[in-house]
Write a protein that binds this ligand. Structure first.
Ligand code: NAG
Ligand code: NAG
Ligand code: NAG
Ligand code: NAG
Length: 294
């Protein structure tokens, strides 16, 4: 028991070394990195239900690499300033070898960018939709590099850059990639291009459409220091629509309200090594062994 946190630190060191270059789009997906991605996602409360998270568990089958317009690759759990997020980034998918057949020429994907507010400061109106596209296609080629970009499809909600209200803590944004079932049908009010960014519940959307979460990339954005005194009905935020967003006619400015309780101020591991060890299961042992070799 006593060395779990040491092992955890070691596991994250492995993750860091597996991502030896921060700004490279990988050619293959290391299953240990996928396992750690799942733990980081869960540990940040993003899978919490109700208004506290997205209410959807992550069992990664691929790495999602999100490249900002600066060329920087988003590192899971890190905080980014809004000025680096103004343009819609490029999203790459790298399936793990053992799941590669799930990413094929007949696969279709849903991609969204959603905000789960701050850990411990649930937004009473739910998650917030900053981007949504359905029917994206793409599959790994036959070469050694298994990475592809999901493209085409229908953009329902054009990219709206993150812009949390001041003082509401580090908001937990996530790019989420889902596999669509063969009989996928979009909800009628989210079925055509140009639907404005707005509050929604990722879990309801997932239940309604039968899509399956297969990859995620996540980060935080904070606007000022947490004050814990923002009224829950307070106003429109400062998010701006990207001038360079993909085709579509969305035009309304996004607005966002926020919960009123004090954010924890901490977006990352806080719920204990035991939970992580449990989540990682056998994979954790493998990581511990690997750490011991370093
Ligand atoms: C990767 O980027 C993070 C910040 O985004 C930085 O803290 C870290 O040192 C970088 N790692 C490497 C290997 O460059
Ligand atoms: C793999 O392919 C992607 C997409 O074409 C490319 O961006 C990336 O640089 C390639 N990675 C490596 C390591 O070759
Ligand atoms: C292609 O991928 C889908 C999931 O996107 C899967 O249901 C289907 O079985 C795969 N087809 C093959 C031939 O593996
Ligand atoms: C779509 O309709 C559902 C109820 O059927 C509602 O909860 C949701 O807010 C609506 N979404 C949008 C974007 O209008």
């Amino acid at each position: 028991m006593l060395c779990k946190s040491t092992l955890l630190a070691g596991a994250f060191a492995v993750l860091a070394s597996a991502q030896s270059s921060n700004n490279t789009v990988p050619a293959t997906a290391d299953t240990r990195v996928l396992a750690l991605t799942d733990v980081q996602y869960a540990n940040s409360g993003r899978d919490d239900s109700g208004n506290a998270g997205f209410g959807v568990k992550l069992n990664s089958k691929a790495l999602l690499t999100v490249v900002l317009s600066s060329g920087q690759v988003i590192q899971n759990g890190q905080q980014y300033p809004v000025d680096q997020l103004q343009e819609r980034p490029t999203v790459y998918v790298t399936p793990a070898d053992n799941y590669a057949s799930l990413f094929n020429s007949s696969s279709k994907y849903t991609l969204t960018l959603a905000d789960a507010s701050s850990l411990g400061d649930a937004d009473p109106e739910g998650n917030y939709r900053h981007f949504l596209a359905n029917g994206l296609t793409g599959a790994p080629g036959s070469g050694a590099n298994k990475t592809f970009t999901p493209e085409a499809g229908t953009t329902i909600t054009n990219y709206a850059a993150p812009g949390p209200l001041p003082g509401t803590g580090p908001h937990r944004y996530s790019w989420l990639l889902f596999e669509e079932p063969a009989n996928f049908q979009a909800p009628s009010n989210l079925s055509t291009s140009g639907v404005s960014p707005s509050h929604w519940y990722v879990s309801s959307y997932v239940q309604q459409t039968g899509i399956q979460l297969v990859a995620a990339s996540f980060f935080t954005v904070q606007n000022g220091n947490p004050t814990g005194s923002v009224a829950s009905t307070a106003a429109v935020n400062t998010a701006s629509l990207s001038a360079s967003s993909a085709s579509g006619s969305g035009s309304a400015a996004p607005s966002q309200t926020s919960g009123s309780s004090s954010p924890s101020g901490s977006s990352n591991p806080s719920s204990g090594a035991a939970q992580i060890a449990a989540s990682l299961g056998a994979g954790f042992i493998g990581l511990a062994g690997l750490v011991a070799l370093l």
